[in-house]
Design a protein around this ligand. Sequence first.
Ligand code: M6P
Ligand code: ZN
Length: 196
Amino acid sequence: MLPDRDMLSDLSTHLDLDRFTLRNPTRRREVTLSSLRGYFSAPAALEKAISDTGDAVVYEVEVVEPKEQAPNILAYGVTRVFPGRVGNECYMTKGHFHADPTCTEIYLALAGRGGLLQMTRDGRSFFQEMRAGDAVYVRGDMAHRLVNTGDDAFVTWAVYPVGAGHDYSTIAERGFSSLVVGDESGAHLAPNPRWA
Ligand code: M6P
Ligand code: ZN
């Protein structure tokens, strides 16, 4: 017997490939500069950016998450990180560890330039550049953060178990051990003094 169509259709979607929006997200989130206090490394530069931009949106997320929270149920979503910098640190997501380290995640880049910064619990980090078409596989025990290193929105599609959970505490306290900073020559990694 076929499953009830309604059961499936509300978790299916259409991704607009010009605007990179989802037709029917179950949740939508806009993250502004002021809600990233503690995440960017230079507090004074952040306060200046908040007042200069009228508290710009740094990234927005649209996800389709089933109500069922079991670890083996998949969810997916689109994240759009806008271009910009706080001081010389590139616009980025908060980043998180999964509360359940058995839950992996896959990111596919759809547009723009950027990458995924990953870090182990003991502070070893690395950055993988991504352009449209590149996919990155994230182990369940690695913190991960999207970073926009370009001049346009950096857009990715992510798939993860809905039970993965977001553990922001370590990142909120100390950030990642590396910062992704930009200058005339492009983007590069710099050590984060909070990990010294
Ligand atoms: C991706 C997924 C989401 C995550 C979002 C933004 O879409 O990993 O689970 O919420 O990016 O990242 P963060 O939660 O770190 O702000
Ligand atoms: Zn994740």
